[in-house]
Write a protein that binds this ligand. Structure first.
Ligand code: DX5
Ligand code: ZN
Length: 237
């Protein structure tokens, strides 16, 4: 299985979001995305409370695990009470479990939940929404393997990229260790991906720009999301 938290990442990683897949053919879509060159899969969980939409539960994560036994599964919890869902997703094959800074009661709360995710054998991630001040997240980023900057307001796939969030990426990147990933999620296509990579992002989520396109083009799209071959990963300080 891919180890996304290596010190020496040689190229940006691409994580298609299964939210945009054909749920009637989910297993095949997951397998074909990996065959087309995707590095991992992103699994979007919505509770109808933190965001105004419902998506899927742990059983769907388990279905992805069965379809792709060796694929890294990156679970993004857009939920008001993330702790409640850690165990069910860990038991259903999640490798990373990310939750939002907006639902943390304190820095200590965020740190404790990161530790709980680790104790379940998963990599913890912390997520920030476009309107949230990046300063709220900075004190806790060292406790997480993954820092996820939302580039749309979460709840729906297919929205337009919000370029103002790139400033957050530029602030966060120099604070990360070489084995922490900076992830971006929402409105990523081959054009916005370039701006994100330039701002220091090294893990890109893409839903509609992969699964929303003809299957025969997925390989080329995934490759173009990584940017030009000459693109170097920006290292932190
Ligand atoms: C938004 C989700 C995203 C979404 C990305 O609530 O967190 O992962 O699926 O979809 P696109 O790439 O279509 O914006
Ligand atoms: Zn997501």
């Amino acid at each position: 299985m891919l180890e996304p938290f290596t010190d020496s990442l040689s190229r940006p990683l691409i994580a298609p979001s299964i939210l945009a897949a054909d749920f009637a053919n989910l297993g095949t879509d997951c397998q074909d995305a990996i065959k087309a060159g995707a590095d991992l899969l992103h699994v979007d969980i919505m509770d109808g409370h933190f965001v105004p939409n419902l998506s899927m539960g742990p059983a769907i994560c388990g279905a992805c695990r069965r379809a792709c036994p060796d694929t890294y599964l990156d679970v993004h919890l857009m939920v008001s009470d993330p702790q409640f869902f850690f165990k069910p997703f860990a038991q259903n094959g999640a490798n990373a479990i990310s939750f939002h800074i907006e639902v943390m009661k304190s820095e200590q709360h965020a740190r404790e939940l990161a530790q709980e995710v680790r104790e379940l054998g998963c990599n913890p991630g912390i997520v920030i929404n476009p309107p949230t001040d990046v300063a709220t997240m900075l004190p806790v980023i060292e406790d997480f393997d993954l820092v996820l900057v939302m580039s749309v307001n979460p709840g729906f796939g297919g929205q337009a990229f919000i370029p103002e969030v790139l400033e957050k990426c530029r602030t966060i990147k120099p604070l990360l260790r070489p084995n922490q990933r900076l992830e971006i999620d929402g409105g990523i296509n081959p054009t916005t991906a370039l701006d994100a990579i330039d701002a220091g992002v090294d893990l890109l989520v893409a839903g509609s720009s992969v699964f929303g396109k003809p299957r025969s083009s997925w390989g080329d799209i995934i490759e173009s999301l990584r940017g030009p071959k000459t693109t170097q990963i920006r290292s932190g300080t």
